[in-house]
Design a protein around this ligand. Structure first.
Ligand code: CMC
Length: 378
């Protein structure tokens, strides 16, 4: 008797478990972290507070927030051996360097083999604090500069910009960065969180899960799109070229980066916040052209909304980073730095009620082929 097998390619529309971390309604463009609207968090919360919410399942009171903030600041260091590794691999893409350095951190983490929820939380907090140290150290080393010590007076977002550029950001710039980190902090079972959960489901450790997440985030179908959107804007060069450029890509059957999403079939609710920042920052910096170029691309793409292809979080992010002077190779690393708390939460949920994530493939190759010794093969 043969039973019909239904293949769910790409696991589209498949629920693999339950979560209490984030809620996404792709048809309404709604995103909640632990029940709180992404819009409220983006506008009213801080990165530290949002990370606390994700990790501890409630908003902190002032003392809890102060203690958590102090804990993050106290964890802003990496072992000298990991700094040496960053120097050795400095010519690689920043995401490859981040992946390598996070992997190396495991060798020096006192909790590495402890998969208890308490230890996983400690490691997640440590890696959240350490990732910006890695990214900024690498950016400076690559430019022939010395890495800087963190500034204990600055929060996560401001300190990242300080360690990257060697000068304190303006409060407005620090706030834009913070908002960006909040918007990227968690997003359910996206591809990188799924990869992290698969690693965790084998009862591997958090460092392995986050390395899996970083490697998966890197691709242009996921976190890599912001870099490609900025490259597109640079290639377009002037607003007048945008319409033709976009139409040419679409006529060739290509994709416009920063558009489309597996879950959102209306505009990604994170995108509007970055759109506003991109416009405001462009005007402040006397460079409104990037916003205008992307607005023109979005205008050409408007008919695609009826097919559920709308701007996603990456569409405006790249030009915003560019206006802040951040090199485009670092854009995905910013996404990764913001997402470490989300990966941590997903791994903790996986550990809490673990089941090995192990789907099936339908085999379509030849069957029962006779093995021919090598000296008898043609
Ligand atoms: N431009 C033009 N057409 C598109 C685009 C796009 N950006 N995205 C999807 N389509 C079309 C695609 O060609 C296909 O058409 P058809 O049915 O005629 O073959 C249809 O829409 C469905 O596409 P799909 O690839 O089957 O859909 P998916 O859910 O597997 O892909 C996606 C989602 C994000 C990979 C895809 O929309 C894409 O490649 N977008 C560009 C890359 C991008 O912006 N990635 C960032 C994602 S958001 C950040 C994050 O959270 O990860």
């Amino acid at each position: 008797m043969t039973t019909e097998i239904e293949i769910k390619r790409g696991l589209q529309g498949v629920y693999i478990d339950k979560t209490q971390s984030s809620f996404i309604d792709g048809s309404a463009g709604k995103l909640l972290y632990r029940g709180y609207s992404i819009h409220d968090l983006a506008e009213k919360s801080t990165f530290e507070e949002t990370v606390y919410l994700l990790l501890y399942e409630k908003l902190p009171n002032q003392k809890e927030l102060n203690d958590f903030d102090a804990l993050l600041r106290a964890n802003r260091s990496i072992p000298p051996e990991v700094m040496q590794i960053i120097k050795l691999v400095k010519n690689a893409h920043p995401m490859d360097v981040l992946r390598t350095a996070v992997s190396a951190l495991a060798a020096y983490d006192p909790d590495v083999a402890d998969n208890s929820l308490e230890a996983t939380l400690r490691k997640g907090i440590r890696m959240t604090a350490q990732a910006p140290i890695i990214v900024t150290a690498h950016a400076r080393i690559k430019d022939g500069k010395e890495p800087l010590d963190p500034n204990p007076n600055l929060n996560q977002a401001a300190n990242f910009l300080y360690m990257l550029f060697g000068k304190e950001p303006t409060p407005a710039e620090a706030r834009i960065m913070e908002k960006d980190f909040i918007l990227h902090a968690e997003h359910g079972i996206n591809a990188s969180a799924f990869a992290a959960r698969v690693a965790a489901s084998t009862i591997s450790d958090l460092h392995s899960a986050i390395v899996s997440g970083i490697g998966t985030l890197k691709g242009p179908a996921h976190g890599g799109a912001a870099e490609e959107v900025m490259q597109m804007a640079l290639d377009i060069g002037e607003e007048d070229n945008a319409e033709q450029y976009t139409r040419d890509i679409l006529e060739r059957g290509g994709r416009i980066m920063g558009f489309g999403h597996r879950v959102y079939k209306v505009e990604d609710p994170r995108a509007q916040h970055l759109q506003v920042e991109c416009q405001t920052l462009g005007e402040q910096k006397g460079q409104p052209k990037w916003f205008r170029i992307l607005s023109k691309v979005a205008e050409v793409m408007e008919p695609y909304a009826s097919r559920g292809i709308c701007p996603n979080v990456d569409f405006w992010a790249g030009s915003m980073y560019h206006l802040m002077g951040i090199p485009k190779e670092i854009f995905i690393s910013i996404f990764a730095m913001g997402r470490i708390p989300g990966w941590t939460v997903q791994v903790m949920e996986q550990y809490s009620d673990n089941i090995l994530l192990r789907p099936l493939l339908v085999y379509e190759g030849p069957m029962d082929v006779e093995y021919v010794p090598i000296d008898q093969r043609k």
